[in-house]
Design a protein around this ligand. Sequence first.
Ligand SMILES: [Zn+2]
Length: 126
Amino acid sequence: MAQALIGESLVTLCESCRSLAPSAGTDALGRQYCADCFARLPMSSITHIMEYLENTVPFQVGEQVQCRTAGVLYDGIGTIDEVSTDPEKFGTPVYPAFHVVLHDKAYPEAPDDCWYMETQLTKANT
Ligand SMILES: [Zn+2]
C-alpha cells in the first residue's frame, strides 16, 4: 500500500484519482481511496465491504453463547436472536452488538434478554 507521511498526516495514493490524500476508506481488495473517490465508489464495492464485515462477525443468529456482563459477571447461557451494527444498541459495523435471550440463567436476577458485545460472549458447547 502506497503510504507517505507528509507533515503530520499520513496520506495514501488514491487508487482512483492518484492524488496523495488521507485515506477515506478501503475497498474489499484493500485498495485505498481519497474522500471524494470513496464517496463515488459504485454501490457494489460498498456492498462488498459490508459483506466482508458480515463474514467476519464472530457469532450468528441462533448460536448458543455464554454471556458475561462487563466480561466478568457470568449471566448464563442464551441464544442470539439479533445482530446489530446500530450505534444505539452499542454496535458498529466493525464491532456489532449481539442481542441474547437467556434461557439458562446463572442467577435469578440475570436479565431475560440483553445486548452484549463480542468480548462478553463465548460459544457455548451444546
Ligand atoms: Zn481519489
